[in-house]
Each structure stands twice: as structure tokens, then as C-alpha cells.
Design a protein around this ligand. Sequence first.
Ligand SMILES: [Zn+2]
Ligand SMILES: [Zn+2]
Length: 237
Amino acid sequence: MKVDNCINIIRSLLYPRGCLLCGAKGDFPCHLCPACHNSLPFNHHACPCCALPLPAHVASQQLCGRCIKRQPPYTKTIAALTYEPPVNRLIGMFKFHQKLHLAEPLAGLLMERLGDQHERPEILVPVPLHPLRLRQRGFNQSVELTRILAKHYRLPYDWRLCRRIKATKTQSELSRQERRKNLVNAFQACAEVKDTHLVLVDDVITTGATVTELSKVLKKAGAKRIDVWAVARTQTL
Ligand SMILES: [Zn+2]
Ligand SMILES: [Zn+2]
């Protein structure tokens, strides 16, 4: 028996099959039955630069007001879903309750959105966690997602390319301005990335302060272009 088949059998014994949300029995793509999948809050109408969900009356492909005012250091963000029920619950279970098997369906939803049409980057870079946070959580959710994306798209990834050198407060407890301050000098590039097209991978983009700060650091280290891929985006600016 092939190793892959063996792993699949062990996995199906360890993790319950069926729909993650309603429990319907079956082997569904992304572990979601068609009804639950179709009711997810997909982030189709969004700013092409920061993926902020836009009101229906705004023309598609139009930048949000903030990106017009100040262009972010990254070029394009793709966030598959908006961060609201039931997506926040799934991501919360994955991140804070060590449900690591959720990395696969969450990355699956992102890949569904990315398709094969995206401009192919040269390397994927998971947003780093500070070593203290990593020790508390036991894993970096962005690395888990990146691993799956890298395998699917046959792209290299490097989690050692940059690191988080400042143990920052939890971003969700802070205002937008505090978030930015909180992140100043939070990251350090550990290698040159001259003329490279990178993609930063994260689970949730909140205000974009984290990817902005990290992009600045990687641009200084020589990156030619930076895009962002995330499972979800909050509605907040
Ligand atoms: Zn369902
Ligand atoms: Zn924007």
C-alpha cells in the first residue's frame, strides 16, 4: 500500500468525515456540504489591493478609499472570505483550540478562490509569530496554511526568511492607530530577497497593519513585489 493511502486511512479514522458545519455525512470538498459551502460569506466584491469588502454600489476592481489615499507596500491581496460567522468560528477553532485538521479545508477555500489564474509568485512566506507566542500556541497557523498551498501550487516556502522580534500585544484588543504603533520594528528580514516576487500568507487580515509592516521590511530587503493571500478579511478598515 502506498504511503499516501495509508496516511489517508489513518486520517479518516482520526478525524470525523462529513460537513464541518452541519455534520451531514459525506466526503465533501473542503469538508463542507454544498448547502453550507454556498452559504459562506465569500469576499468576491473587495478592494483588489487590501481585500477590504466593498459596498455593492462600488464598481468592481475599484480601490478602497484608504488604498487610494496611501498605496500599501504590497500589490494585491486575495482573501477568500469575510471574517464573520461561521468563518470566524472555524478559524478560531483552528487557531485557538489546536484543531489542526482545519488547516486543510481553510486552505482549500483559499485555493478555490485563487484558482490557477493568479500571477505565480516565486516564494510563499508565512507571517511569522513571535517565539513566545509560538511556544504558547504550539504552532504557527500561517505556516500550516502555507505548507498546504506550497504543495498544491508546487511553490517553495520559507518560514525563516523573516522573523518577529517584538512580542506585540494581541492586535484585536487595539485601535487602528495602536496597532500600527504596536508593530513598528516588530519584524526583521533574515535574508536578502532581491528581485523576488513574494506572497505573504496569513489566516486573517484585520486592518492590514501586520502585512503592511512586514512588507516594508521585505521591500527594504530587496523584494520586487509582494502580494498577500489570506483565508479571511475583516470588514474593518
Ligand atoms: Zn453542511
Ligand atoms: Zn484597499
